[in-house]
Design a protein around this ligand. Structure first.
Ligand code: NCD
Ligand code: ZN
Length: 347
């Protein structure tokens, strides 16, 4: 008997769409399965003003396939020069859903991010007052902190102090990768949420490094040891309502990944929902996939869930495309390396 699973149409609460040729290539892959996505602002140059966010949103809408049922939710890239009034006005106007904090140098295109958190304390206070959510890339950048410890150290040294001195600030810990982050979000109140990517539920650091280096599993924050992956699966599948899907699908061309200094980012948009169904089934929690992918995110962002549904079907192992084409070159699709028996029924 075929097993099927129908869910409300999911949303992606952390997505990189890029611009130009790559935007045109990757956008249909998300718009097919997801109703909305939080669009990351780390373009070159970054999206730092409301005017730039409006122009980027228009380029995304123009690149959507005919008849697509998809809404981009825009973010602003926080810099030490950001004008709090610009953020608050853009949020009140419905143009911007959230603000993104990149510690300077933490990841791809983060050079214009924040070096000194004291310089943006006034912006955090204005955001808390106006109820503008802050999406946080939670890694310290100090060269003396081991890359596998950067998330846990960020929580203690940066995130917790910001939250203590800014009551009411709504924070999303993005793409969490550690048991430490799982514990911190659980202990937080209603103003603290977290996203988890598909790939961090499926791979640990051995997948990147054992048997030859696998650049297509390299992203930031880097995947940690197996006990951390297990903690992520536990919280994602537990029914805990303040964690939700943010794929961090981050396309880079094959040539820039397969390089002596390869880019960080995993392109998972085309296969995410099928992979997640497998993860949740393996955890005996298929009935909780809808909460993680379709309900918890809108609840945190104070938006209604999508009305439409998607249906997944279980059958023989699915052969996903290895890559998609773009005018800038092929982009390799996330392959967890283990069988995925679920596929989305496409109408
Ligand atoms: C992202 C990218 O490529 O823009 N890369 C990644 O490894 N996740 C940036 C980010 O979200 O850290
Ligand atoms: Zn990202």
């Amino acid at each position: 008997m075929t097993q099927t699973l129908t869910l409300r149409r999911p949303d992606d609460w952390h997505l990189h769409l890029r611009d130009g040729a790559v935007l045109r290539a990757v956008l249909p892959e998300t718009a097919r399965d997801f109703g909305r996505a939080i669009i990351m602002p780390n373009l070159v140059p970054p999206v730092v003003t409301a005017a730039a966010a409006a122009a980027y949103r228009d380029r995304i809408l123009a690149a959507l396939p005919e008849g697509a049922d998809f809404a981009p939710l825009m973010t602003l890239y926080l810099t030490e020069q950001t004008d709090a009034a610009d953020i608050v006005a853009a949020h009140a106007a419905g143009l911007v859903t959230a603000v993104k904090l990149y510690p300077a140098g933490a990841t791809t295109n983060s050079a214009s991010g924040v070096r000194d958190m004291d310089k943006v304390q006034g912006v955090f206070e204005a955001m808390a007052e106006a109820g503008v959510p802050l999406c946080v890339h939670g890694e310290v950048t100090d060269p003396d902190i081991d890359i596998f410890d950067r998330e846990a150290v960020f929580i203690d040294r940066v995130l917790d102090p910001i939250r203590r001195r800014t009551p009411g600030l709504r924070v999303i810990m993005e793409h969490i990768t550690t048991a430490d982050a799982c514990g911190y979000v659980r202990a937080g109140g209603p103003d603290l949420g977290a996203t988890i990517t598909t790939h961090h539920l499926m791979i640990n650091r051995n997948h990147i490094l054992v048997g030859g280096i696998k650049p297509h599993f390299y992203c930031l924050p880097v995947a940690k040891r197996e006990s951390h992956r297990a903690a992520l699966v536990e919280i994602a599948t537990s029914g805990f309502e303040r964690v939700f899907l943010g794929t961090d699908s981050a396309p880079h061309t094959r040539a820039t990944k397969e390089s002596a200094c390869g880019c960080a980012g995993v392109f998972s948009a085309p296969v995410t929902m099928a992979c997640l169904a497998q993860v949740f089934e393996d955890a005996g929690a298929l009935d909780r996939l809808e909460g993680f992918a379709s309900l918890n995110g809108p609840a945190f962002y104070r938006l209604p869930p999508n009305e439409a549904t998607i249906t997944l079907t279980k059958g023989a192992p699915v052969a996903f495309p290895a890559e998609i084409e773009s005018a800038d070159g092929p982009i390799v699709v996330f392959d967890p390396g283990t069988p995925v028996l679920w596929r989305i029924e496409r109408v």
